[in-house]
Design a protein around this ligand. Structure first.
Ligand code: GDL
Length: 466
């Protein structure tokens, strides 16, 4: 697929999350599958690789450079465009010659390793300019465009025709409306940044539930080119309790012709990205309407052999139930939603009067709990470890529900408050993060309101002061 200005529509993966970067075996696995999914691009920008941000001025040591070089060569052989991204924004002095030269030195090192396509990232950085930057550039946006243009021209002079990408400081609608990076940042970049440079955008939000054609068109007018989508739909680095195995959704196929490409920045744990990758590939290729649920089921069917077990086999309906519990950032999948809805309805009532709905809840909980136990028997230990703690956490909560019901059905316990031997005060939900989460109630409109000290949730947190 190519865009209207003749450049290739970029489809593929950004390794651009916070957390442990993927290892060479994981990147090799990606490369093996990428062409089959219809991918043509891999962007290298792992936030927690020291050389990407914190040590951006230092060249790679020999071993690291060799590993990167091997992967760059494999990408070229496999028909995948390897794009190298650098994030100098934490402490760069834009007007300082030495800093611009440090970028060129790094890119030169990468060119020697065979890299042809480059990217500068200015996301998640302080919008600070030193006095000499302010003397040279009228604004933060002009400094970014100026440095990027210079680097782009240098790259082009040594390596004509390579793709060059740029991530602005305000990279979503919400950031732009808050004027992150200063007033008119995007309009300035749109005007001053070389027209051949692609500009990243994540949609109305950092993690966008939906992205409309109208939203992208409005941005395209401002930045004077088709945006390149950096899609965080499956990113999970901001919440250690979750991972996302739901389908690519909330974007209509019409969006494709408004963009210069779609790159997904997915789950930090590489083995959990099968559905994210496969359904993005299917979305980019699809003709007619996009049925995300059908694509999800299809992808799970093809992933199922990866769940081979030393114990009782995991079947497709098991996998659907499991991944419905780890679906997408804005919602559970239908089967998990249904189970949770039943629990919310029934839990405040006496279990003796639950009837058929109670049966459905108990069966569903028992099935899910048993599945969590069986996952410990997966042959693929990397896949098991990638899910491990989240599955354990889910199983603990399912256990607690079952203990609660058992307590209530025991006539000897009648009238006694329920307690679990496995959930002692100050061990259950005891982390500093869990305590801080209790400070807030989030309303439907997104507003965060401090919780009243009288709220029982808050009273639990008080235990931790003892
Ligand atoms: C971000 C970061 C990205 C991170 C993602 C999800 C961009 C452009 N930058 O803001 O590295 O993985 O959110 O937490 O999205």
């Amino acid at each position: 697929m190519s865009t209207t200005n003749g450049t290739t529509f970029l489809t593929g993966v950004i390794e651009g999350f916070y957390g442990t970067p993927w290892n060479p075996a994981e990147r090799a696995d990606l490369l093996d599958h990428a062409p089959g999914w219809g991918f043509n691009t891999y962007l290298h920008g792992p936030k927690d690789d020291l050389h990407h941000r914190a040590l951006w001025r230092e060249p790679y040591g020999r071993a690291h450079a060799e590993t990167l070089g091997r992967f760059i060569r494999s990408c070229a052989e496999g028909g995948i465009r390897f794009i190298y991204a650098l994030g100098p924004g934490l402490d760069i002095r834009y007007a300082h010659r030495g800093d611009v030269e440090a970028i060129l030195r790094r890119f030169s090192q990468l060119m020697d390793l065979g890299c042809r396509d480059f990217c500068l990232l200015f996301d998640d950085i302080p919008d600070v300019m030193y006095p000499e930057d302010r003397e040279r550039w009228a604004s933060f946006a002009s400094a970014h465009a100026g440095v990027a243009n210079e680097v782009f021209r240098w790259v082009q002079s040594r390596n004509p025709g390579g793709r060059f990408l740029f991530c602005p400081t305000p990279y979503c609608g919400r950031m732009a409306s808050r004027q992150l990076g200063g007033p008119d940042y995007l309009a300035t970049v749109g005007r001053e940044l070389d027209a051949q440079i692609d500009i990243f955008w994540t949609g109305p939000e950092i993690v966008s539930e939906e992205i409309s054609v109208a939203h992208i068109r409005e941005l395209a007018r401002l930045i004077r080119r088709k945006p390149l989508l950096w899609d965080n739909l499956h990113a999970n680095d901001y919440d250690g309790h979750r991972f996302f195995c739901g389908p690519y959704s909330g974007r209509s196929p019409e969006l494709r012709s408004e963009l210069s490409g779609i790159l997904t920045n997915p789950n930090t744990e590489y083995p959990l990205n099968r559905v994210a990758f496969e359904t993005l590939g299917a979305f980019v290729r699809c003709e007619g309407a996009w049925d995300s649920r059908a694509a999800y089921l299809e992808s799970l069917r093809s992933w199922l052999p990866g769940f081979a077990s030393v114990g009782k086999p995991i079947e497709l309906p098991d996998l659907v139930l499991l991944m419905d519990c780890f679906y997408l950032p804005y919602g559970l999948g239908p089967e998990a939603k249904e189970l949770f809805r039943l629990a919310v309805d029934l839990m405040p009532r006496d279990p003796s009067g639950w009837g058929q709905a109670g049966e459905r809840l108990r069966t569903g909980v028992a099935r899910l709990r048993e599945l969590c136990v069986r996952l410990t028997e997966l042959r693929d230990r990397s896949l098991f470890s990638a899910m491990g703690r989240r599955i354990w956490e889910l199983r603990e909560e399912l256990d607690l529900l079952e203990r609660y019901w058992a307590w209530h059905s025991d006539p000897a316990r009648k009238g006694q408050p329920f307690a679990s031997d496995f959930h002692q005060p100050r061990t259950y939900r005891g982390s500093m993060a869990a305590n801080l989460q209790r400070l807030w109630v989030q309303r439907d409109d997104g507003a965060l309101v401090p919780r009243s000290p009288a709220d029982p949730e808050f009273a639990t947190a008080q235990l931790f002061f003892r």
